[in-house]
Design a protein around this ligand. Structure first.
Ligand SMILES: *Cc1c(COP(=O)(O)O)cnc(C)c1O
Length: 376
C-alpha cells in the first residue's frame, strides 16, 4: 500500500454519509430583506459557526448583500473571521475577563464591555499595543444576563470616558438586547427601549458620543421600528428563522442521509433500544446513518418524520446516537437512495421548524446542533 492510499478519504462526501447543504442564495435573499427593514446599518451575527451554516460563508454572503458589520460572541470566533481574510468591522460581545484582548487590537476587532473590570483589561491591552481599543458599552435592558446592570451603568460610562481621555479606548457604540422581542406587543419591549434610551442619555451626559446605538436583533428588526436605531444585529433571520412568525424568510439548510440498508419486518417486530415501537403490520424499514450525535434530537423519537422520494415516512423506534430507522412501508425505496431529514420545505420534506416542534425546542437549537461528523 502506498502512503497516498492511506490519505484517501474513507467516504465520498458528495454521495455517502449524512450531508448538510447550505443554500447561500437563501441567505443572500434574507439579508437583503433584513437590510431593507433595518434602514440603518446591518450587522450579520455569525456566532456559533454562522448558526451552524458556516461562519465565513454566511459572513461573506451577508456582506455582499447589504450587511456592513459582523457580530460574534467570542473573540476567538472574531479572530477566526480575520484569519479567513475577512476585513469588515467585527464586534465580539461576550468574553471572560482574562481572554487575550491584545488579539482584538492586533486584528482590529471591536469588543463589547459589560463592566469596569472588562474596561480596565481592554484599556491595559490598548496601552501596551499603543493604540485605542474600539469598544461598545453593553447595557442590560431586561434580560438580567449579559451587559451592565442599570445601577452599574453610570460608573461604566464614567470609566469609559476617562479611558477615552487617556486615549486607551474609543467608545463606538452602546448596545442592548431585548428579552421578549419575538412577542411584538410584550410590555418588556417598551421597557427595554426606554431603558436603552436612558442608557444612551447617561452615556452622553458623561461626555460620550457613540456613533452606533444598537438594540434590535432579528425579531425587533422585523417588527419594531422603534428599536432599530443606527444598527441592527441579525443572526437567526439570515438563515431563515423568523421568531415572530410574521415574515417569509427562506430556510437555507438541507440535511440528507443515504439509506444504508433495508429490511423486511414482520408484524410484531420490535424496533430499536427499549423496543419503544413495534411494527403493527409487515413493513420495510430503512436505516439512515445519523443520530443524536449528528444533531437529530433523541427526544423527537416517536413523532419525527423524514422524506424519501418526496414522501413523508415516520422515524420509528428510539433515535440512537448514530442511526435512525424509518418505516418506508411499500414505497419503492432502495439501498443508496437519499432521505431528506429536513430542508426548506418546498418538496414535502420536514422543515427545521417541524423538527423544533417535534423536539420541544426552537429552530435555533436544531441548526446549531448539527454534529461535526456531518459532511458540509
Ligand atoms: C445572538 C444575538 C443576536 C442575534 O439574535 P437573532 O435573534 O438571532 O437575530 C444579537 N445580539 C446578541 C447580543 C446576541 O447574543
Amino acid at each position: 500500500m502506498t502512503s497516498t492510499a492511506l490519505l484517501e478519504p474513507v467516504v465520498d462526501h458528495r454521495t455517502r454519509g449524512a450531508a448538510l447543504q447550505v443554500d447561500l442564495t437563501a441567505i443572500a435573499e434574507n439579508t437583503r430583506l433584513l437590510a431593507d427593514r433595518a434602514g440603518g446599518a446591518l450587522m450579520a451575527v455569525v456566532k456559533a459557526d454562522g448558526f451552524g451554516h458556516g461562519a465565513a460563508r454566511v459572513a461573506r454572503t451577508a456582506l455582499r448583500n447589504g450587511a456592513s458589520w459582523l457580530g460574534v460572541t467570542s473573540l476567538e470566533e472574531a479572530v477566526a473571521l480575520r484569519l479567513d481574510g475577512i476585513t469588515a468591522p467585527v464586534l465580539s460581545w461576550l468574553n471572560p475577563v482574562d481572554v487575550p484582548f491584545r488579539q482584538a487590537l492586533v486584528h482590529d476587532i471591536d469588543v463589547a464591555v459589560p463592566g469596569p473590570e472588562h474596561l480596565a483589561v481592554v484599556a491595559a491591552a490598548a496601552r501596551r499595543a499603543g493604540k485605542p481599543a474600539r469598544v461598545h458599552l453593553h447595557l442590560d435592558v431586561g434580560l438580567a444576563r449579559d451587559g451592565a446592570a442599570p445601577l452599574a451603568w453610570a460608573r461604566l460610562c464614567h470609566a469609559a470616558r476617562r479611558a477615552e481621555r487617556d486615549g486607551t479606548v474609543r467608545v463606538l457604540g452602546v448596545m442592548g438586547h431585548l428579552a421578549c422581542a419575538d412577542e411584538p406587543g410584550h410590555p418588556a419591549n417598551a421597557a427595554g427601549r426606554e431603558r436603552f434610551a436612558w442608557g444612551v442619555a447617561v452615556a452622553r451626559r458623561h461626555g460620550l458620543r457613540p456613533p452606533l446605538r444598537h438594540l434590535a436583533a432579528t425579531s425587533a428588526t422585523l417588527t419594531d421600528p422603534l428599536s432599530r436605531h443606527t444598527l441592527c444585529r441579525v443572526g437567526a433571520g439570515l438563515v431563515g428563522i423568523d421568531p415572530t412568525g410574521t415574515t417569509a424568510l427562506r430556510g437555507a439548510m438541507t440535511l440528507t442521509a443515504p439509506v444504508v440498508s433495508i429490511r423486511e419486518a414482520g408484524a410484531g417486530t420490535p424496533v430499536g433500544y427499549g423496543h419503544q415501537w413495534t411494527a403493527a403490520r409487515a413493513t420495510r424499514l430503512a436505516l439512515l446513518p445519523l443520530g443524536y450525535a449528528d444533531g437529530v434530537p433523541r427526544c423527537a423519537s416517536g413523532v419525527a418524520e423524514v422524506a424519501v422520494h418526496g414522501r413523508r415516512c415516520p422515524v420509528v423506534g428510539r433515535i440512537s446516537m448514530d442511526q435512525v430507522v424509518v418505516d418506508v412501508g411499500a414505497l419503492p425505496v432502495a439501498v443508496g437512495d437519499v432521505a431528506t431529514v429536513f430542508g426548506p420545505g418546498g418538496h414535502g420534506e420536514p422543515t427545521i421548524a417541524d423538527w423544533a416542534a417535534w423536539s420541544g425546542t426552537i429552530p435555533h437549537e436544531i441548526v446549531t446542533g448539527i454534529g461535526a461528523r456531518v459532511h458540509r
